[in-house]
Design a protein around this ligand. Structure first.
Ligand code: PAF
Length: 284
């Protein structure tokens, strides 16, 4: 496995591997089984003759002024071990000054899918995501790119960027990986206190119960669905709901009427300090 920090070396490597199909998995490190499963998905997509490229870069431009960029977990050695264990061919690990000129003046903004949900709570977040992902696409020139479905809105925004800007890249979603009790894996779970960790599976449990209610016709309107979710997920004293929505699965528009196969339940909840996100659609 190659580990490269600089753009000139990366370009050289990409040129030398130009005949092989490439698949990119961008990450911010602090890798857990959810990320590692994306490497498996990437390998499956590209086959043994292709290259799996991971990037580890804690992207400053997607953090807001009140979000603690410095506190974001950094654990490069164990991350590289994780990449190695899942057969990644190249890991690109740039520093911020390698990625951004101090006088940079161009960025990419998606204006529709990124405005609600996490986009409302985190202004500017998706501009940072789109810009860095576009740069990583240009730098690694992948045929395929894989992103986790846990960040459902991010996946939708990136698909839209790829479509609208004609990146010749197929975007694949990787299924959310969960702890045995259903909690979606996230680097933020490490910040939960013992009591919060015990209660945190209520998020996924509530999503599943509401999904069943929709499937069996007990909940039909968007407002009923959201009220039922709020009642369930907001139960622990320390759970503070950031947002909780039922949206159209593709447009992310709020739904007045929920049909059995057109929706996505999306939530962000402060569980004590950490803000946990999760989402669920109809059972296949
Ligand atoms: O999902 C993430 O970890 C980040 O938003 C991404 C896609 C790596 C861009 O920095």
């Amino acid at each position: 496995m190659q580990v490269i920090e600089g753009i000139p070396e990366l370009r050289k490597w990409i040129k030398s591997e130009s005949k092989r199909d490439r698949v990119l998995v961008p990450t911010m490190g602090a890798l857990h089984e959810g990320h590692l499963s994306l490497f498996d998905r990437a390998r499956e997509a590209v086959g043994n003759n292709g290259c799996v490229i991971a990037t580890i870069f804690v992207n400053p431009t997607q953090f807001g002024p009140n979000e603690d960029l410095d506190a974001y977990p950094r654990q490069l050695e164990s991350d590289l071990e994780g990449c190695r264990s899942r057969g990644v061919d190249l890991v690109f690990v740039p520093q911020a000054d390698e990625m951004y000129y101090p006088d940079r003046s161009v960025e990419i903004r998606e204006n529709q899918l990124s405005t609600g949900l996490c986009g409302s709570s985190r202004p500017g977040h998706f501009d940072g995501v789109c810009t860095v992902v576009a740069k990583l696409f240009n730098l690694t020139q992948p045929d395929i790119a894989v992103f986790g479905e846990k960040d459902y809105q991010q996946l939708a925004v990136i698909r839209r960027m790829v479509r609208d800007l004609n990146f010749p890249i197929e975007v694949l979603g990787g299924a959310t990986v969960r702890e045995p009790d259903g909690l979606a894996m996230s680097s933020r779970n490490a910040y939960l206190t013992k009591a919060e960790r015990i209660e945190a599976p209520i998020i996924y449990r509530s999503l599943c119960e509401v999904r069943d209610d929709i499937a069996e016709g007990r909940l039909k309107s968007g407002s009923e669905v959201e009220a039922r979710l709020a009642e369930k997920i907001g139960r622990p004293d320390f759970a503070i709901i950031d947002y909780l929505k039922v949206v159209h699965k593709d447009t992310l528009e709020p739904l007045d009427e929920v049909e059995r196969d057109n929706y996505r339940l999306i939530v962000a909840v402060f569980f004590g300090k950490p803000r946990l996100i999760d989402n669920l659609g109809p059972a296949l």
